[in-house]
Design a protein around this ligand. Structure first.
Ligand SMILES: [Zn+2]
Length: 416
């Protein structure tokens, strides 16, 4: 199967052609292509992973766009496997009620709603909820569970179907989906058409400033077409006759941005935090390329340190495996060139068992495999480094049998 991957020459937000290369990561296979051996032919192929910066509006985006069919064709739903999300959705819904003084009887639409976890947090508080979800099985299960769900990608066209069936909304959320959309203008106009006069559109998405400051470069992969920040988003929404009224920084995914947007001259006044973040983005060098230079230096440092530590372990005859088989792990393996150092990967998500990793085709096993009949590796390198503590906590058998954990970020070290 050939995959449609094309270079995009215009800024997704302002249509400018003036895009500059800000960060060049090594080409990578599609990050979540953990496929069984018989389907894994296509996952050897690698595609450029270049972050471009728009000189006109400050938007960051990948140069190469893989088609949605290529990425989501074998779409495996993953939300439930990410630790801590239930708590996050509870505070998300509670924040929204406070920030825009939402009435309990509000109507809420979630775009790309997955298993409906966020919608349930709104529903519990009295809201009437509707979802839009492109994955057919998930959409059907959700409708059967009592949350009406339109099975489609969200566009201006599917927005019309939503309106015919459910009318207009007080709140429309798009949670970790806006960065995955190529035609954001069409998506945002679709959302705009479904807002009532008081309505607010809320996007939560990876924040470019946090990605750089927290060195979360493993969030850069082909699913994430955009790395948003407030200043370019403000210009973009203004061009659609909309305005950002509030922004919050939230800790998910190593640092995300939640932006509240209304139609121009809507009922909410603009919170001063919007200008504060824009100033901070500019002062931090997000738009002149210097912030990406810092990130590049940091990646080089991590790479040098990790090469040296791994080489010394290999000189001692130690056997290494990777702990983690997610999309972020794929970027870690490609960027830090770990493919030939790791003998296999383990993961706690049963969906990943008995697959081959994208690019390097490392075999992926259940995390139980690591400790069956004694430890299968001497050192397990924790790839999803932000979940280090949870992984160590649930792996006491490995360490009690003499196994060691290793991390590369935030520090390159063997854990004692
Ligand atoms: Zn632009």
């Amino acid at each position: 199967m050939s995959i449609n991957v094309q270079a995009r020459t215009t800024c997704r937000l302002c249509d400018s052609l003036d895009l500059q290369l800000a960060l060049e990561l090594p080409p990578s296979a599609l990050a979540d292509d953990y496929l069984p051996a018989e389907k894994a032919d296509r996952s050897r192929e690698r595609y450029p992973l270049n972050v471009m910066l728009c000189s006109s509006c400050g938007q960051s985006q990948l140069e190469h766009v893989a088609s949605a069919e290529a990425i989501y064709g074998d779409y495996i739903y993953r939300t439930a496997s990410s630790p801590g999300l239930d708590v996050h959705f509870e505070s998300y819904a509670s924040d929204v009620f406070k920030v825009i003084q939402l009435k309990p009887s509000a109507k809420v639409l979630d775009l790309g709603c997955n298993d409906g976890a966020l919608l349930r947090s709104f529903q519990k508080r009295g809201a009437k909820v509707v979802g839009v979800e492109p994955a057919t099985q998930i959409a059907e299960a959700l409708s059967a569970s009592g949350i009406p769900t339109i099975n489609d990608y969200f566009t201006e066209a599917s927005a019309q179907r939503v309106e015919q069936a459910h009318g207009l909304f007080d709140v429309i959320t798009a949670n970790n989906v806006f960065a995955n959309v190529d035609d954001v203008r069409n998506f945002a106009l679709g959302a705009r058409s479904l807002l009532n006069e008081r309505g607010v559109f809320i996007i939560e998405t990876g924040y470019a400033s946090s990605l750089i400051e927290n060195s979360v470069f493993d969030n850069i992969y082909h699913e994430h077409l955009s790395y948003f920040s407030v200043a370019p988003l403000e210009k973009f929404f203004n061009s659609l006759d909309m305005e950002i009224i509030h922004v919050q920084e939230v800790p998910t995914k190593g640092g995300s941005l939640r932006a509240y947007i209304q139609k121009k001259n809507g009922p909410h006044s603009r919170n001063s935090v919007v200008s504060e973040l824009i100033r901070r983005e500019s002062d931090g060098g997000l738009f002149d390329g210097s912030a990406y230079k810092r990130l590049e230096e940091r990646i080089q440092k991590v790479k040098t340190e990790s090469r040296s530590l791994i080489q010394s372990l290999k000189n001692e005859g130690k056997k290494l495996c990777g702990y983690g088989a997610s999309a972020t792990c794929t970027t870690m393996i490609h960027t830090l060139e770990l493919g030939s150092d790791l003998e296999f990967l383990v993961d706690d998500n049963p969906i990943k068992e008995n697959t081959l990793s994208p690019g390097f085709h490392l075999p992926v096993y259940s995390s139980k495999y690591l400790v069956e009949e004694g430890n299968r590796a001497d050192v397990a390198l924790i790839l999803p480094w932000r979940f280090r503590d949870q992984i160590v906590e649930r792996s006491s058998k490995f360490t009690s049998q003499g196994g060691k954990f290793m991390t590369l970020l935030p520090e390159c070290q063997i854990l004692s």
